[in-house]
Design a protein around this ligand. Structure first.
Ligand code: BES
Ligand code: MN
Ligand code: ZN
Length: 487
């Protein structure tokens, strides 16, 4: 669907030309003359999200030309390009399948490498072209059938393979988005394990799904306790990607609460409204593994997704219960709504013990506190390891899945003690909910290099944005694929 083109010989339906308000960023004289014409239109300066549309421009061989503002050149980073491509695609989607061609700015004039510009614009365009209309009776829109990019002929040759790489990464992101959007009643732990296995089965991945009996044999007491109240018993999915001559093994672990009611400490009022999204970490990890299997990096990657429904019933685990975890430590339940950290410690210590990975990264919609601290666009990043944290920060900057590092203060650990068990799952501390949740996890990874991403904010949006519809965002898939290159 993504294509590179170096001329406008074939008639195009819609041509998009991004422009800056304070700088010329195109070389092609035919484009430049249309941009000049656009700038004679009253009030059009090329400010961000401003646009002018021309019809049947003869020199450009296009039915429709949209001149799209990027704003000031200095502020027009790769994310502005990504969003511009996304918005362009959304403007062209209609009932009938349509096509678009987007003109890339000149490398020299815009001052950005073609690779970076193309990558971002391809991502924005591909992701924006995904529609989640499975539950709409009437399909009012059809995704574009072709998205082309107008580039110089040398770039067309040089980046001939980029489109398929970006498609694979974006398909992975979309897979995670769709899983998150599925209602909880259709993705019980067993059903979700089935969906993941179905997709993973198409790639070269080893797939193992542990059922409740096997989880019991393994001693995953925390996963079993959280799942006890549900009629749908827990599962744990393990996906393994093995590379030839790999020097390293990286493990990803994702929180997979298929619905978080809070359990016996039930969430009040409407606050469980979005809790079908509480498996976004697991979705990102499983989708990342499927993507990794297609990209084939030279590193072994393990993905672990504990899948559990947190429900209140006569069989539920209770506040005051003491659990025996996989690691062997006991945990007193202070609050059944702090369930994510419980299923994660079993999965994390299982990952560490079984695979002895060089690094482990977990993703979890873990705390409302993190959402409060950083808003719904930025994930909290926790790691005692500076180089691992920096690699994740850098990947997040590149893919615009933004992370912000928060501390793991040693003295706060004390707040997680229990009078009668080894640990409590809730902290006795004023505030700092995201920090103490991360500290709780840190007790179960031993000396292994570890990082935790609290994605409670950016895992899902209530409203759509430039290249993501409302619902699951697939946050983390692109970041995890990128960070493998940096570890
Ligand atoms: N899944 C929630 C966290 C969450 C909240 C994610 C809002 C996305 C949006 C998590 O299991 C939870 O309930 N956390 C509690 C912990 C508390 C009981 C210590 C919280 O954040 O309030
Ligand atoms: Mn909860
Ligand atoms: Zn939860």
């Amino acid at each position: 669907m993504l294509k590179l083109q170096s001329d406008l010989k074939d008639k195009t339906e819609t041509l998009v030309i991004p422009v800056c308000e304070d700088k010329d960023i195109h070389d092609d004289p035919a484009l430049v003359s249309v941009i000049e014409k656009a700038k004679t239109v009253r009030n059009f300066k090329g400010e961000k999200d401003q646009e002018v549309i021309f019809y049947n421009e003869p020199k450009l061989n296009a039915e429709r030309v949209i001149v799209m503002g990027l704003g000031k050149a200095e502020k027009a980073d790769t994310e502005v390009l990504r969003a511009c491509a996304g918005n362009s695609v959304k403007k062209c989607i209609r009932k009938e399948p349509a096509e678009i061609i987007i003109a890339l700015p000149s490398e020299k004039k815009f001052g950005k490498p073609m690779a970076d510009m193309l990558e971002a614009m391809m991502e924005g365009a591909f992701l924006a072209n995904h529609l989640f209309d499975k539950y709409k009776t009437e399909k009012k829109q059809t995704p574009l059938k072709q998205i082309a990019f107008l580039v110089p002929s040398d770039a067309k040759k040089k980046f001939a393979k980029l489109g398929s790489r970006i498609s694979v990464i974006c398909e992975g992101t979309i897979l995670a988005r769709e899983w998150v959007c599925i209602p909880s009643g259709e993705k019980t732990p067993d059903q979700l394990a089935g969906l993941i296995s179905e997709h993973a089965g198409k790639e070269k991945l080893d797939i193992t799904v542990f059922d409740e009996k096997e989880l019991k044999e393994k001693g995953c007491g925390a996963i079993l306790a959280v799942g006890a109240g549900s009629d749908s018993p827990p599962r744990m999915v393990v996906l393994e990607y093995k590379a030839k001559n790999a020097k390293k093994t990286i493990a990803f672990v994702g929180k997979g609460i298929t619905f978080d009611s809070g359990g016996i400490n039930m969430k009040p009022g409407g606050s469980s409204r979005n809790m079908k999204n509480d498996m976004a970490g697991a979705a990102a990890v499983a989708a990342a593994l499927i993507t990794v299997a297609r990209l084939k990096p030279k590193v072994n990657v393990i993905g672990i997704a504990p899948l559990v429904e947190n429900m209140p019933s006569g069989k539920s685990y209770r506040p005051g219960d003491i659990l025996k975890t996989f690691d062997g430590k006991t945990v007193e339940v202070g609050n059944t709504d702090a369930e994510g950290r419980l299923i994660l410690i079993d999965a994390l210590s299982y990952a560490v013990k079984t695979y002895k990975p060089d690094a482990v990264i977990d993703l979890a919609t873990l705390t409302g506190a993190c959402l409060t601290a950083l808003g719904d666009k930025i994930a909290g990043l926790f790691s005692p390891d500076d180089s691992l944290a920096e690699a994740i920060m850098a990947s997040g900057q590149k893919t615009f899945e933004r992370c912000w590092r928060l501390p793991l203060p040693e003295d706060y650990k004390e707040s997680l003690k229990s009078e009668i068990a080894d640990k409590s799952n809730v902290a006795d501390l004023n505030g700092g909910g995201a920090v103490t949740a991360a500290l709780f996890l840190s007790e179960f990874v031993g000396e292994t290099r570890w990082a935790h991403l609290d994605i409670a904010g950016p895992a899902f949006f209530n409203k759509g944005s430039a290249y993501c519809g409302a619902g699951g965002t697939g946050f983390g898939v692109r970041l995890l694929c990128d960070v493998l290159e940096k570890l």
